[in-house]
Design a protein around this ligand. Structure first.
Ligand SMILES: Cc1cc2nc3c(=O)[nH]c(=O)nc-3n(C[C@H](O)[C@H](O)[C@H](O)COP(=O)(O)OP(=O)(O)OC[C@H]3O[C@@H](n4cnc5c(N)ncnc54)[C@H](O)[C@@H]3O)c2cc1C
Length: 369
């Protein structure tokens, strides 16, 4: 069986950053991704990123992806594309698909950077063609240059819902409504402002009750909510051919679970996440995680967590002396703390502390070496 020193699953911002950091230290790195293009979510992001300049604010997402790819190439990192990883055994045996059939390899250390899945809503008509996630619509317009529909109802007013709505407008669709179950817009004012100026109506304290149509979506019925409960008699019909759902993401933890990592529920991080320590190490001592799999945040935090996991894995393989590794990890933590300040960030910072506490508890119980 082929042997690799460090295998990284997922070539998104977290996986690529982890690969760069470990390869710089001298580790032999292989990154594997089921997509034919590396970059994960980044290549769909044509908008300029928000945040601080250290974290690429003002740079378009796909440009950040191009820079990361260039660096992996220069460092000689092996990137296998179009290869889905089906399973990982606790001892590091990895089973993946390829054009030549199912293959296996043995990895000394593993970093899981598999990202997150988009959530869906279930309502009458939600299986009609025309109902999709916001990410699917974004892939269609920004990667394949195909408009998913002409008249769109967006469900969810977080940053994803707002950004994808604006990109749909730019691509030539009409956004008939942004629907939000809560009483206030969830995302940044700067994104909402662009939609308001374009005349897009916002329906706060509303949800989609049903998508109507025989073979595809023809109209959408909205209903007003009182503390998330439908108010009878407030239904309104909006003509539309597309319903996009931007209602959160859930970390993709299947591989972590298969290779014996303990999972814990965290509301602040999007659902079940692998328990991990300050270095992104899971309860399987040879497996690290980084990015949205460890809790849904942003590309900037995904990249920093990637650097952290890459540094920690290189240290454990003997490529970075403990003192130097500690210095580098502290620097990365400083930047992560910055990203996790502010109203939304502070909640995620607290959730991360709770996860690390769970790790310490499990370690005290003797289950982690
Ligand atoms: C509309 C939108 C706008 C955003 N805007 C911003 C922004 O302005 N600023 C910001 O910081 N963040 C933004 N984000 C968030 C950011 O894109 C994500 O947080 C980030 O991409 C997470 O990185 P990741 O590497 O963890 O996962 P991903 O980018 O999702 O990459 C995961 C990779 O793993 C691969 N993979 C998964 N499972 C397997 C398997 N079994 N086998 C092989 N490969 C597998 C996938 O194919 C994918 O390429 C935005 C997201 C969206 C949807």
């Amino acid at each position: 069986m082929r042997k690799v020193q460090l295998l990284i699953v997922g070539a998104g911002p977290a996986g690529l950053s982890a690969g760069i950091e470990a390869a710089r230290a001298g580790v032999q790195v292989t990154i594997i991704d089921e997509n034919l293009r590396p970059g994960g979510q980044l290549f769909k992001q044509i908008h300029k990123f928000f945040g601080s300049r250290v974290h690429n604010a003002g740079v378009r997402g796909f440009r950040i992806g191009e820079k990361l790819l260039q660096e992996t190439r220069e460092l000689g990192v092996e990137v296998l594309l179009g290869y889905p990883v089906y399973g990982i055994f606790p001892g590091g045996e990895v089973v993946y698909g390829s054009a030549d059939g199912v293959k296996q390899l043995q990895a000394e250390k593993i970093i899981l950077a598999t990202g997150a899945n988009e959530n869906n809503l279930c309502f009458e008509g939600s299986v009609l063609p025309g109902v999709m996630t916001a990410g699917a619509a974004q892939t269609m317009i920004n990667l394949h240059h195909v408009l998913p529909g002409q008249r769109v109802v967006m469900v969810g007013s977080g940053n994803v819902g707002l950004i994808v709505s604006y990109q749909l407008l730019q691509a030539g669709a009409r956004v008939e409504a942004v629907v939000e179950a809560g009483p206030a817009i969830g995302g940044y004012g700067v994104h909402a402002g662009k939609l308001k100026r374009a005349g897009v109506p916002f329906y706060l304290s509303h949800t989609v009750q049903r998508a109507m149509g025989t073979t595809e979506v023809e109209a959408v019925e909205l209903v007003e909510l009182d503390h998330f409960k439908a108010i009878p008699g407030t239904e309104k019909i909006i003509e539309a051919d597309t319903v996009c759902m931007a209602v959160g993401l859930t970390p993709m933890t299947e591989l972590a679970s298969l290779c014996g990592c303990e999972l814990v529920e965290s509301r602040g991080l999007g659902g079940l996440v692998p328990v991990h320590d300050h270095d992104m190490r899971t309860t399987n001592p040879n497996v690290y995680i980084a990015g949205d799999i460890s809790g849904v945040e942003e590309a900037s935090t995904a990249m920093e967590e990637g650097r952290l996991a890459g540094t920690a894995a290189a240290e454990s393989l003997g490529y970075i002396p403990a003192k130097e590794a500690a210095r580098r990890k502290e620097e990365i933590h400083g930047r992560l703390d910055l990203l996790r300040s502010g109203q939304f960030g502070a909640r995620r910072a607290q959730a991360k502390i709770e996860i690390e506490r769970s790790f310490a508890q499990i370690k005290r119980g003797g289950e982690v070496r």
